[in-house]
Design a protein around this ligand. Structure first.
Ligand SMILES: [Zn+2]
Length: 477
């Protein structure tokens, strides 16, 4: 048998043959089944399912996903190092086929991280790390993605989070110590900064203030287009702001390394309140390296507004300059990738980011597939969509916590007509209100929503594909 002989219900792209065993995915009703075919029925061992006239049919379960990853190594998460990579994220577990189609459409070169979800989001979606990984596996298999997949345990705050993701098989660990960053140090007067710096637990950083000042004050970093000379106030301010977070990040890092698993690390401070200044980038990264952290990417907080689900807010020339200087520092001190978070829907920024980093970059999007998937509901079940909007508004104050937003919920129509509904994802106010509502909305309407998505799965994939092509194309070099 070859892929041309597949039955009509098969997802044609899914066909794979390895070691004399054939695998494909079939649509069964509104669900899917894995089909395995081999002359030697011993090949069915390891999957849970039933033999069925020369083939073996297995349900789309976590255990079967794990076995499939063991059989088809390209589905097993791998390290990407400095390759240009993109995290797609998928809160729903059904959008990966659209992500794969977009990856294929823009034509190779980019490394995808289909399995990616922060612990915060998993909590709101009642998902476990294994669900995230397994759903991404089925999606990548369905669409025949064989060019390698990553798996990002995103925005980790505790060693327990790390353990959960390690057990599941994640390989990319985004360490986020932002709750230990001191935002007051940003604008405090010099005397306060000195007091804060002196009060740091220097021993936890295997250093002393004296040693620190000796290392950095007057230190010059030569970049491609300029040089940065560090002065005493800026390095003390950097340390007052980030010092405790470095100690915390090292605790997380040492724990991860102690697990002895395959891993790579991103260090992320993007969810802090103030942009990461060049001197701060230099001090933070230099200190992490001194302490022994190896990482492939760093996510600073860039200038301007990176809000959920909408275009960049701010001055693009300033942002371009910010990308360039951080990229030059990353090249001089690394190289490591610069990582752009909350990266969805910021079309104006991608060419600038790709250019400044020369592709030594990671783009991370998380919730935009959820927002786009709502278009399918709006088109096909107006009553459900009106209920969703209603709930998104009622729960907004709770939902918005920990997100940067500038929407005005008062501008979202509460009794939208069907024609209005399909435009809600194109208007900032309603897009953001819906964007952050996923936890409450899924809690209330999950089965009804999945019925709509399953009945219109090809339409969903098409919407996601088109949306992601716009994100990915600027990074193809
Ligand atoms: Zn982030």
């Amino acid at each position: 048998m070859t892929s041309v002989d597949l039955p009509g219900a098969a997802y044609r792209e899914s066909y794979a043959a390895k070691d004399g065993v054939e695998y494909w995915l079939e649509k069964v009703g509104t669900g899917r089944q894995l089909v395995v075919k081999a002359d030697d029925t011993a090949a069915y061992n390891g999957f849970t399912g039933t033999a069925d006239g020369g083939t073996f049919r297995a349900d789309i379960t976590g255990d079967n996903a794990l076995e499939l990853r063991n059989r088809l190594p390209w589905l097993k998460p791998q390290l990407f190092g400095l390759a240009t990579s993109v995290g797609t994220g998928d809160r729903l577990g059904i959008c990966t086929p659209g992500h794969v189609r977009a990856m294929k459409a823009v034509g190779g070169g980019l490394k995808p991280v289909f399995a990616q979800q922060s612990i915060r989001e998993m909590g709101r979606c009642h998902r476990e790390p294994r669900n995230v990984l397994d759903d991404a596996t089925w999606g990548a298999f369905q669409e025949g993605w064989t060019d390698g997949v990553g798996a990002d345990a995103d925005h980790l705050h505790t060693t327990a989070d790390i353990d959960r993701c390690a057990d599941a098989g994640f390989v990319f660990y985004t360490l986020d110590p932002n709750e230990y960053v001191d935002p007051e140090a940003e604008s405090a007067d010099e005397a306060t900064v000195r007091t804060k710096a002196a009060a740091l637990d220097w021993a936890s950083l295997d250093s002393s203030q004296e040693k620190f000042l000796e290392t950095y004050v007057g230190h010059r970093i030569d970049l491609e287009h300029e040089s940065i000379t560090l002065d005493e106030e800026s390095v003390l301010r950097a340390m007052a702001k980030y010092g405790p977070s470095l100690a915390n990040a090292m605790d997380l890092y040492r724990h991860l390394v102690g697990l002895g698993i395959t891993h790579e690390v991103e260090f992320a401070v993007d969810e802090t309140d103030y942009p990461t200044k060049p001197a701060e980038h230099v001090v933070v990264v230099s200190e992490l390296k001194r302490l022994g952290m190896e990482f492939v990417s760093f996510a600073p907080r860039f200038v301007g507004g990176f809000e959920k689900g909408i275009e960049y807010i701010g001055n693009l020339d300033e942002l371009k300059r910010d990308f360039e200087i951080h990229a030059e520092i990353a090249k001089a001190l690394g190289p490591y990738k610069l990582s752009l978070h909350s990266g969805s829907d910021k079309y104006s920024t991608y060419p600038l980011f790709a250019e400044a980093t020369g592709g030594v970059a990671h783009l991370k999007t998380a919730g935009t597939s959820w927002a786009e998937a709502l278009r399918v509901i709006a088109r096909h079940d107006g009553d459900l969509m009106r209920e969703i909007v209603q709930l998104a508004l009622e729960s907004f104050e709770q939902n918005r916590k920990s997100y940067h937003l500038s929407c005005d919920p008062a501008k979202v129509p509460t009794h939208a007509t069907d024609a209005q509904l399909v435009t809600l994802l194109d208007v900032i106010d309603s897009r953001q209100v819906l964007h952050v509502s996923y936890g409450a909305v899924l809690d209330a309407f999950k089965p009804r929503m999945y019925d709509v998505w399953q009945a219109h799965d090809e339409e969903l994939y098409g919407i996601i594909e088109e949306h992601f092509i716009k994100h990915l194309a600027p990074f193809v070099r």
